[in-house]
Design a protein around this ligand. Structure first.
Ligand code: BG6
Length: 365
Protein backbone atom coordinates (compact mmCIF):
# COMPACT_ATOMS: atom_id res chain seq x y z
CA UNK A 1 0.00 0.00 0.00
CA UNK A 2 3.00 2.29 0.54
CA UNK A 3 4.04 1.97 -3.11
CA UNK A 4 7.25 3.87 -3.78
CA UNK A 5 7.10 5.79 -0.54
CA UNK A 6 9.13 5.03 2.55
CA UNK A 7 6.48 6.29 4.95
CA UNK A 8 2.74 6.94 5.00
CA UNK A 9 3.36 10.53 5.98
CA UNK A 10 5.37 11.22 2.84
CA UNK A 11 2.83 9.35 0.72
CA UNK A 12 0.01 11.40 2.21
CA UNK A 13 1.89 14.67 1.72
CA UNK A 14 2.29 13.75 -1.93
CA UNK A 15 -1.35 12.65 -2.19
CA UNK A 16 -2.50 16.18 -1.43
CA UNK A 17 -3.08 17.32 -5.02
CA UNK A 18 -5.43 14.38 -5.60
CA UNK A 19 -7.01 14.57 -2.17
CA UNK A 20 -7.92 18.17 -2.91
CA UNK A 21 -9.22 17.32 -6.36
CA UNK A 22 -11.55 14.84 -4.67
CA UNK A 23 -12.53 17.33 -1.99
CA UNK A 24 -13.39 20.02 -4.56
CA UNK A 25 -15.03 17.80 -7.17
CA UNK A 26 -18.67 18.65 -7.79
CA UNK A 27 -18.52 21.36 -5.13
CA UNK A 28 -16.29 24.15 -6.40
CA UNK A 29 -18.01 24.68 -9.75
CA UNK A 30 -15.61 26.87 -11.66
CA UNK A 31 -17.60 27.27 -14.86
CA UNK A 32 -20.77 28.31 -13.10
CA UNK A 33 -18.86 30.28 -10.49
CA UNK A 34 -20.63 28.72 -7.55
CA UNK A 35 -20.18 26.41 -4.59
CA UNK A 36 -22.48 23.39 -4.37
CA UNK A 37 -22.58 21.71 -0.98
CA UNK A 38 -25.18 18.96 -1.11
CA UNK A 39 -24.66 18.10 2.55
CA UNK A 40 -25.72 21.60 3.59
CA UNK A 41 -28.57 22.14 1.14
CA UNK A 42 -31.36 21.48 3.65
CA UNK A 43 -29.85 23.99 6.07
CA UNK A 44 -28.91 26.80 3.69
CA UNK A 45 -31.43 29.26 5.12
CA UNK A 46 -30.30 28.69 8.70
CA UNK A 47 -26.68 29.15 7.67
CA UNK A 48 -27.45 32.47 6.04
CA UNK A 49 -29.34 33.64 9.10
CA UNK A 50 -26.63 32.40 11.50
CA UNK A 51 -25.26 35.13 13.72
CA UNK A 52 -22.15 33.37 14.92
CA UNK A 53 -19.96 30.44 13.95
CA UNK A 54 -17.84 28.52 16.44
CA UNK A 55 -15.14 26.42 14.80
CA UNK A 56 -13.70 23.77 17.03
CA UNK A 57 -11.27 20.85 17.05
CA UNK A 58 -7.97 19.71 18.52
CA UNK A 59 -4.39 19.68 17.27
CA UNK A 60 -4.09 20.15 13.55
CA UNK A 61 -7.87 20.42 13.22
CA UNK A 62 -7.78 23.38 15.62
CA UNK A 63 -5.22 25.05 13.36
CA UNK A 64 -7.64 24.58 10.48
CA UNK A 65 -10.30 26.21 12.68
CA UNK A 66 -8.02 29.22 13.17
CA UNK A 67 -7.61 29.64 9.40
CA UNK A 68 -11.39 29.17 9.14
CA UNK A 69 -11.89 32.05 11.57
CA UNK A 70 -10.06 34.38 9.15
CA UNK A 71 -11.90 32.91 6.15
CA UNK A 72 -15.37 33.21 7.64
CA UNK A 73 -14.89 36.79 8.79
CA UNK A 74 -13.07 37.85 5.63
CA UNK A 75 -15.34 36.16 3.06
CA UNK A 76 -18.65 35.38 4.76
CA UNK A 77 -18.55 38.48 6.99
CA UNK A 78 -20.01 36.64 9.95
CA UNK A 79 -18.77 36.72 13.53
CA UNK A 80 -16.63 33.63 14.02
CA UNK A 81 -14.54 32.20 16.77
CA UNK A 82 -12.05 29.34 16.71
CA UNK A 83 -11.73 27.49 19.96
CA UNK A 84 -10.10 24.36 21.34
CA UNK A 85 -12.90 21.84 21.81
CA UNK A 86 -11.48 20.87 25.21
CA UNK A 87 -11.69 24.47 26.45
CA UNK A 88 -15.07 25.25 24.95
CA UNK A 89 -16.67 22.29 26.64
CA UNK A 90 -15.83 23.33 30.19
CA UNK A 91 -16.01 27.11 30.16
CA UNK A 92 -19.79 27.28 30.48
CA UNK A 93 -19.97 28.68 26.95
CA UNK A 94 -22.52 31.22 25.78
CA UNK A 95 -24.48 29.83 22.86
CA UNK A 96 -26.95 32.44 21.64
CA UNK A 97 -29.70 31.84 19.16
CA UNK A 98 -28.33 31.59 15.63
CA UNK A 99 -25.06 29.92 16.66
CA UNK A 100 -23.57 27.27 14.40
CA UNK A 101 -20.86 25.04 15.82
CA UNK A 102 -18.53 23.43 13.30
CA UNK A 103 -16.68 20.34 14.54
CA UNK A 104 -13.49 19.73 12.58
CA UNK A 105 -11.90 16.30 12.81
CA UNK A 106 -10.06 13.88 10.56
CA UNK A 107 -11.11 10.78 12.49
CA UNK A 108 -14.49 11.96 13.69
CA UNK A 109 -13.72 10.19 16.96
CA UNK A 110 -11.71 12.71 19.00
CA UNK A 111 -13.25 12.73 22.46
CA UNK A 112 -12.67 16.43 23.18
CA UNK A 113 -14.27 17.46 19.90
CA UNK A 114 -17.22 15.15 20.40
CA UNK A 115 -17.80 16.49 23.91
CA UNK A 116 -17.74 20.10 22.65
CA UNK A 117 -20.19 19.24 19.91
CA UNK A 118 -22.61 17.64 22.37
CA UNK A 119 -22.32 20.61 24.72
CA UNK A 120 -23.06 23.08 21.91
CA UNK A 121 -26.04 21.04 20.71
CA UNK A 122 -27.39 20.83 24.23
CA UNK A 123 -27.30 24.61 24.36
CA UNK A 124 -29.24 24.91 21.12
CA UNK A 125 -26.56 25.33 18.47
CA UNK A 126 -26.86 23.91 15.00
CA UNK A 127 -24.06 21.37 14.48
CA UNK A 128 -21.98 20.99 11.34
CA UNK A 129 -19.11 18.56 10.79
CA UNK A 130 -16.01 18.80 8.62
CA UNK A 131 -14.98 15.18 8.94
CA UNK A 132 -12.89 12.78 6.93
CA UNK A 133 -14.07 9.38 8.17
CA UNK A 134 -17.55 8.65 6.82
CA UNK A 135 -19.99 7.38 9.41
CA UNK A 136 -17.72 8.25 12.36
CA UNK A 137 -19.25 9.20 15.70
CA UNK A 138 -18.97 12.97 15.23
CA UNK A 139 -20.27 12.75 11.67
CA UNK A 140 -23.32 10.86 12.91
CA UNK A 141 -24.06 13.38 15.63
CA UNK A 142 -24.00 16.50 13.44
CA UNK A 143 -27.03 18.00 11.71
CA UNK A 144 -25.18 18.38 8.43
CA UNK A 145 -21.67 18.66 7.08
CA UNK A 146 -18.99 18.45 4.47
CA UNK A 147 -17.02 15.23 4.20
CA UNK A 148 -13.39 15.95 3.41
CA UNK A 149 -12.86 13.11 0.89
CA UNK A 150 -9.13 13.16 1.68
CA UNK A 151 -8.95 9.34 1.57
CA UNK A 152 -7.64 7.25 4.49
CA UNK A 153 -4.99 9.05 6.53
CA UNK A 154 -2.69 6.56 8.24
CA UNK A 155 0.33 8.64 9.29
CA UNK A 156 -0.22 9.94 12.81
CA UNK A 157 0.82 13.44 11.77
CA UNK A 158 -2.14 14.88 9.91
CA UNK A 159 -1.29 16.33 6.49
CA UNK A 160 -3.79 15.81 3.68
CA UNK A 161 -6.73 16.01 6.08
CA UNK A 162 -5.52 19.48 7.08
CA UNK A 163 -5.38 20.87 3.55
CA UNK A 164 -8.79 19.36 2.80
CA UNK A 165 -10.13 20.97 5.99
CA UNK A 166 -8.86 24.32 4.67
CA UNK A 167 -10.53 23.68 1.32
CA UNK A 168 -13.81 22.75 3.00
CA UNK A 169 -13.68 25.85 5.20
CA UNK A 170 -13.03 28.01 2.13
CA UNK A 171 -16.03 26.47 0.39
CA UNK A 172 -18.19 26.98 3.48
CA UNK A 173 -17.13 30.64 3.67
CA UNK A 174 -17.92 31.28 0.02
CA UNK A 175 -21.18 29.30 0.27
CA UNK A 176 -22.38 31.45 3.16
CA UNK A 177 -20.79 34.68 1.89
CA UNK A 178 -22.29 34.43 -1.58
CA UNK A 179 -25.77 34.19 -0.10
CA UNK A 180 -25.12 37.41 1.79
CA UNK A 181 -22.68 40.08 0.66
CA UNK A 182 -20.21 38.44 -1.68
CA UNK A 183 -20.46 39.58 -5.30
CA UNK A 184 -20.06 37.25 -8.25
CA UNK A 185 -16.66 38.75 -9.08
CA UNK A 186 -15.10 37.89 -5.75
CA UNK A 187 -16.87 34.54 -5.67
CA UNK A 188 -15.36 33.61 -9.02
CA UNK A 189 -11.93 34.85 -7.94
CA UNK A 190 -11.89 32.63 -4.85
CA UNK A 191 -13.26 29.60 -6.69
CA UNK A 192 -10.69 30.02 -9.48
CA UNK A 193 -7.90 30.26 -6.92
CA UNK A 194 -9.18 27.23 -5.02
CA UNK A 195 -9.47 25.15 -8.18
CA UNK A 196 -5.89 26.05 -9.15
CA UNK A 197 -4.53 24.64 -5.86
CA UNK A 198 -4.15 20.95 -6.85
CA UNK A 199 -1.91 21.80 -9.82
CA UNK A 200 -0.04 24.39 -7.78
CA UNK A 201 0.59 21.77 -5.11
CA UNK A 202 2.27 19.58 -7.71
CA UNK A 203 4.72 22.46 -8.11
CA UNK A 204 5.16 22.96 -4.35
CA UNK A 205 5.94 19.26 -3.88
CA UNK A 206 8.91 19.65 -6.20
CA UNK A 207 10.63 21.56 -3.37
CA UNK A 208 10.93 18.35 -1.34
CA UNK A 209 14.65 17.80 -2.02
CA UNK A 210 15.49 21.44 -1.42
CA UNK A 211 13.55 21.30 1.86
CA UNK A 212 15.46 18.16 2.85
CA UNK A 213 18.78 19.98 2.26
CA UNK A 214 17.63 22.88 4.42
CA UNK A 215 16.43 20.50 7.13
CA UNK A 216 19.85 18.80 7.05
CA UNK A 217 21.56 22.11 7.82
CA UNK A 218 19.53 22.73 10.96
CA UNK A 219 18.51 19.31 12.15
CA UNK A 220 20.85 19.35 15.15
CA UNK A 221 19.29 22.51 16.55
CA UNK A 222 16.89 21.69 19.38
CA UNK A 223 14.83 24.91 19.24
CA UNK A 224 13.03 26.34 16.22
CA UNK A 225 10.55 29.15 15.73
CA UNK A 226 7.79 29.40 13.12
CA UNK A 227 6.38 32.84 12.44
CA UNK A 228 3.66 34.23 10.19
CA UNK A 229 1.04 36.96 10.14
CA UNK A 230 -2.65 36.97 9.21
CA UNK A 231 -3.66 33.80 7.39
CA UNK A 232 -0.17 32.46 8.03
CA UNK A 233 -0.26 32.69 11.78
CA UNK A 234 -2.13 29.35 12.06
CA UNK A 235 0.24 27.91 9.44
CA UNK A 236 3.15 28.85 11.72
CA UNK A 237 1.47 26.95 14.56
CA UNK A 238 0.97 23.96 12.29
CA UNK A 239 4.60 24.00 11.10
CA UNK A 240 5.79 23.96 14.71
CA UNK A 241 3.37 21.18 15.70
CA UNK A 242 4.45 18.97 12.80
CA UNK A 243 8.12 19.38 13.73
CA UNK A 244 7.45 18.68 17.42
CA UNK A 245 5.30 15.63 16.94
CA UNK A 246 7.49 13.66 14.57
CA UNK A 247 11.07 14.90 15.04
CA UNK A 248 10.86 15.73 18.79
CA UNK A 249 12.54 19.06 18.14
CA UNK A 250 11.17 21.78 20.35
CA UNK A 251 9.40 24.31 18.18
CA UNK A 252 7.06 27.19 18.80
CA UNK A 253 4.78 28.90 16.35
CA UNK A 254 3.26 32.32 16.88
CA UNK A 255 2.17 35.50 15.11
CA UNK A 256 5.36 37.15 13.82
CA UNK A 257 4.52 40.39 15.64
CA UNK A 258 4.41 38.58 18.96
CA UNK A 259 8.13 37.77 19.15
CA UNK A 260 9.03 41.29 20.21
CA UNK A 261 6.80 40.89 23.25
CA UNK A 262 8.98 38.26 24.86
CA UNK A 263 10.00 35.29 22.71
CA UNK A 264 12.73 37.34 21.04
CA UNK A 265 14.76 36.62 24.17
CA UNK A 266 15.06 33.02 22.91
CA UNK A 267 16.85 33.93 19.71
CA UNK A 268 20.51 33.06 19.74
CA UNK A 269 23.19 32.62 17.13
CA UNK A 270 22.17 30.09 14.51
CA UNK A 271 18.62 29.45 15.74
CA UNK A 272 16.44 28.37 12.80
CA UNK A 273 13.45 30.67 12.35
CA UNK A 274 10.95 29.79 9.65
CA UNK A 275 8.99 32.76 8.30
CA UNK A 276 5.99 32.50 6.04
CA UNK A 277 6.68 35.61 4.00
CA UNK A 278 4.44 35.37 0.96
CA UNK A 279 3.29 38.45 -0.88
CA UNK A 280 0.21 40.10 0.57
CA UNK A 281 -1.04 42.90 2.78
CA UNK A 282 1.45 42.37 5.58
CA UNK A 283 4.54 41.55 3.52
CA UNK A 284 6.48 44.66 4.58
CA UNK A 285 5.68 44.03 8.21
CA UNK A 286 6.95 40.46 7.92
CA UNK A 287 10.20 41.75 6.39
CA UNK A 288 10.74 44.04 9.34
CA UNK A 289 10.07 41.13 11.74
CA UNK A 290 12.67 39.13 9.79
CA UNK A 291 15.23 41.92 10.16
CA UNK A 292 14.72 41.96 13.92
CA UNK A 293 15.34 38.21 14.18
CA UNK A 294 18.31 38.31 11.84
CA UNK A 295 19.98 41.09 13.75
CA UNK A 296 20.05 38.74 16.74
CA UNK A 297 21.70 35.87 14.90
CA UNK A 298 18.61 33.88 13.84
CA UNK A 299 18.89 31.91 10.60
CA UNK A 300 15.99 32.79 8.33
CA UNK A 301 14.19 30.13 6.33
CA UNK A 302 11.54 31.95 4.29
CA UNK A 303 8.55 30.54 2.46
CA UNK A 304 7.97 33.16 -0.23
CA UNK A 305 6.08 33.83 -3.43
CA UNK A 306 7.63 32.75 -6.71
CA UNK A 307 9.13 35.77 -8.45
CA UNK A 308 9.87 37.66 -5.23
CA UNK A 309 13.36 38.97 -5.98
CA UNK A 310 13.55 40.93 -2.74
CA UNK A 311 13.27 38.20 -0.12
CA UNK A 312 16.67 36.63 -0.82
CA UNK A 313 18.39 39.66 0.67
CA UNK A 314 16.77 39.01 4.02
CA UNK A 315 16.92 35.23 4.22
CA UNK A 316 19.44 32.41 4.50
CA UNK A 317 17.19 30.01 2.60
CA UNK A 318 14.09 30.64 0.50
CA UNK A 319 11.45 28.10 -0.50
CA UNK A 320 9.27 29.46 -3.29
CA UNK A 321 5.58 28.65 -3.73
CA UNK A 322 3.26 29.77 -6.55
CA UNK A 323 1.29 32.98 -6.33
CA UNK A 324 -2.31 32.93 -5.16
CA UNK A 325 -4.76 35.19 -3.31
CA UNK A 326 -4.26 35.49 0.44
CA UNK A 327 -7.22 33.40 1.67
CA UNK A 328 -5.89 30.46 -0.36
CA UNK A 329 -2.21 30.84 0.51
CA UNK A 330 -2.26 28.57 3.61
CA UNK A 331 -3.14 25.62 1.36
CA UNK A 332 0.21 26.07 -0.35
CA UNK A 333 2.42 27.51 2.39
CA UNK A 334 1.84 24.67 4.85
CA UNK A 335 3.22 22.01 2.50
CA UNK A 336 6.93 22.98 2.69
CA UNK A 337 6.53 22.93 6.49
CA UNK A 338 5.07 19.41 6.37
CA UNK A 339 8.05 18.40 4.25
CA UNK A 340 10.46 20.12 6.64
CA UNK A 341 9.09 18.14 9.58
CA UNK A 342 9.15 14.91 7.60
CA UNK A 343 12.75 15.27 6.43
CA UNK A 344 13.97 16.47 9.83
CA UNK A 345 12.38 13.43 11.49
CA UNK A 346 13.89 11.00 8.97
CA UNK A 347 17.32 12.63 9.30
CA UNK A 348 17.07 12.22 13.07
CA UNK A 349 16.11 8.56 12.71
CA UNK A 350 12.62 8.98 14.16
CA UNK A 351 9.69 6.66 13.47
CA UNK A 352 7.74 9.05 11.28
CA UNK A 353 4.50 7.12 11.04
CA UNK A 354 4.39 6.09 14.68
CA UNK A 355 5.81 8.89 16.75
CA UNK A 356 6.40 8.16 20.42
CA UNK A 357 3.54 8.83 22.86
CA UNK A 358 1.04 9.65 20.10
CA UNK A 359 -2.04 7.92 18.72
CA UNK A 360 -3.89 8.64 15.48
CA UNK A 361 -7.06 9.43 17.32
CA UNK A 362 -7.45 10.21 20.99
CA UNK A 363 -10.70 8.93 22.42
CA UNK A 364 -10.23 10.09 26.00
CA UNK A 365 -10.85 13.66 27.17
C1 BG6 B 1 -4.23 14.21 17.74
C2 BG6 B 1 -3.44 13.83 16.53
O1 BG6 B 1 -4.11 13.37 18.78
O2 BG6 B 1 -5.57 14.46 17.34
C3 BG6 B 1 -3.40 15.06 15.67
O3 BG6 B 1 -2.12 13.44 16.88
C4 BG6 B 1 -4.80 15.45 15.28
O4 BG6 B 1 -2.62 14.84 14.48
C5 BG6 B 1 -5.70 15.60 16.51
O5 BG6 B 1 -4.76 16.67 14.60
C6 BG6 B 1 -7.16 15.72 16.14
O6 BG6 B 1 -7.57 14.55 15.47
P1 BG6 B 1 -8.85 14.51 14.57
O7 BG6 B 1 -9.00 13.08 14.15
O8 BG6 B 1 -9.98 14.97 15.44
O9 BG6 B 1 -8.62 15.43 13.42
Amino acid sequence: ELGDYEHYMLKEIFEQPNALRNCLRGRAEQREGRIVLGGLADHARDLVKARRFILTGQGTAWHAALVGDYLMEDLAKVVTEATYASEFRYRNPIVEEGTVVVAISQSGETADTLAALREAKERGAMALGLINVVGSTIARETDAGIYLHAGPEIGVASTKAFTCQLAALTMLSVYVGRKKFMGQGQTQEVIDALCAVPDQLDVVLKTSEQVRDIAAKFVDRENWLFLGRGYHYPVALEGALKLKEISYIHAEGMPAAEIKHGPIALINDGMPVVFIATQGLQYDKVISNIEVVRARGGKIIAVATEGDTNIGRYSDDVIYIPHTIEPIQPLLSVVPLQLMAYHAAVLRGCNVDKPRNLAKSVTVE
